[in-house]
Design a protein around this ligand. Structure first.
Ligand code: HAM
Length: 430
């Protein structure tokens, strides 16, 4: 029979690597707490229309990469519905913001999430069909200050802090502004005009985008098209005074806080909801898929999916890519899970197994990390197994049980000690 394997583009995460995943997540949660973000968990699948309207029909994500299916009705009261595994989480967060009327609090909502996302992309290093994002969104009514450039700068400063605390060295912040909806419309027309002559020499996708949504031409990855794209007008020249002032205030705040960035005029990002600030943090060690994270402002997203005016800014970091970067870096901390446990309890003979479980239970309840051996092992085998996983071995035989004095060997020093049961916890904790 053919063996079953994880589906292409998906993978299993195993210990000890999962300890690194958990460490990254714990660091992110600790940083988010300091900036007063709360966690949101939205469903993994949503109505397909949410992504079509939110992310944009013309984007690669919606037009090519979504896992969509027709969900059959199970009862007369239900209707069949087109559902999609979420390819990203911003649209879901904004849907929840609208559904739960969070805007009516009058406060800024600062929400973070951790979870899997799904895109049918061509798998390669750092690009998977199920991948993990850690993201956050700051969203609220304009009266709560949700449009302030200070919010953009604060999110970017938080990201710089988070990457530094994770120990990721050598990141670059690429920053741009795609302007207001009106600026983008103007730029789209400028691009459309510029593309009339050159589009016929570009790939078929670009030929279509040149007509339907010229901005998306800038997402093109086809190498032959890049020299043409390099000659196209830049969006900075289409920004109005308000958009320029907003961007200027973001960069001024970053300068004051000492967060370094570079301007990337081509950074329009592959999702349609962006307005004004867009950004990516990249890392040279990642190869072709070099974006550690991406994000930006989405001042019209809530309205695009039927909600109130609720400007926002946010980002999502690729957890898979953070792991790859840290693994490649010498400075990566050894995974916590790989550290040896405090004690390995070796029952001498199967008759000691039950007593060994009792001892292990007591020590674990005392907070010690304990591995439990098996009385069917010979002593030599117990020692070998113990040395791989534990700092010390505790021998539990008939004599030890009767006398209450246990034999403990410390592998680092090679010293064997007799320890009364009452002192075992303190001894092993050392
Ligand atoms: P995105 O740029 O599509 O933005 O994805 C954000 C990050 O997710 C990327 O920079 C990358 O690190 C990671 N990522 C994306 N696709 C894959 C993949 N196939 N395999 C591994 N990692 C991947 C968004 O998703 C927006 N929702 C971000 C945002 C939040 N904008 C505003 N708020």
């Amino acid at each position: 029979m053919a063996t079953l394997k994880a589906v292409r583009g998906t993978r299993d995460l195993l210990p000890p690597e999962t300890a690194l995943w958990n460490r990254i997540e714990a660091t992110a949660r600790a940083v988010f707490a300091r900036y007063s973000f709360g966690e949101i968990r939205t469903p993994i699948f949503e109505d397909t229309g949410l992504f079509a309207r939110g992310v944009g029909e013309e984007t690669d994500i919606v037009s090519k990469e979504m896992y969509t299916w027709e969900d059959r009705a199970r009862a007369q009261s239900e209707k069949p519905q087109s559902l999609t595994l979420r390819p990203e989480n911003t649209a879901g967060v904004v849907r929840a913001y609208i559904e739960h009327k969070l805007g009516e609090t009058g406060q800024l909502q600062k929400l973070f999430y951790v979870g899997p996302q799904f895109r049918r992309e061509r798998p390669q290093k750092g690009r998977y069909r199920q991948f993990w994002q850690i993201g956050a969104e700051v969203i609220g009514p304009p009266s709560a200050g949700s449009e302030s450039p200070l919010r953009d700068a604060e999110v970017l400063e938080m990201l710089a802090t988070l990457l530094d605390e994770l120990g990721i060295a050598g990141w670059t912040l690429e920053l741009n502004s795609v302007g207001s909806a009106a600026d983008r419309a103007r730029y789209n027309e400028t691009l459309r005009a510029a593309l009339v002559d050159v589009a016929p020499r570009m790939c078929v996708d670009c030929q279509r985008r040149a007509v339907t949504n010229p901005l998306r031409v800038l997402d093109c990855k086809v190498p032959e098209d890049q020299p043409i794209i390099a000659t196209l007008p830049v969006i900075a020249d289409s920004l109005d005074e308000d958009s320029k002032a907003h961007f200027g205030a973001v960069t001024a705040a970053l300068d004051a806080a000492g967060v370094p960035y570079t301007r990337n005029h081509r950074l329009v990002r592959g999702l349609d909801y962006y307005t004004r600030t867009t950004f990516e943090f990249t890392h040279g060690g990642l190869g072709a898929q070099n974006a550690l994270l991406g994000g930006g402002r989405y001042d019209g997203l809530s309205e695009a999916i039927g909600g109130p005016k609720a400007p926002g800014i946010g980002f999502a970091m690729g957890l898979d890519r953070l792991v790859l970067t840290l693994q490649a870096q010498e400075s990566a901390q050894p995974a916590a899970g790989a550290a040896k446990v405090d004690a390995y309890i070796a029952p001498l003979g199967e008759g000691m197994n039950a007593a060994a479980l009792k001892l292990a239970r007591e020590l674990r309840r005392d907070g010690l990390r304990v591995e439990l051996g098996d009385g069917s092992f010979r002593l030599k085998k117990s020692f070998e197994a113990a040395e791989k996983t534990a700092r010390r071995i505790v021998i539990l035989g008939e004599d030890e049980l009767a006398s209450g004095i246990l034999t403990v060997k410390d592998f680092a020093s090679g010293v064997q000690t007799k320890v009364p049961r009452g002192e075992l916890k303190e001894f092993l904790a050392r």
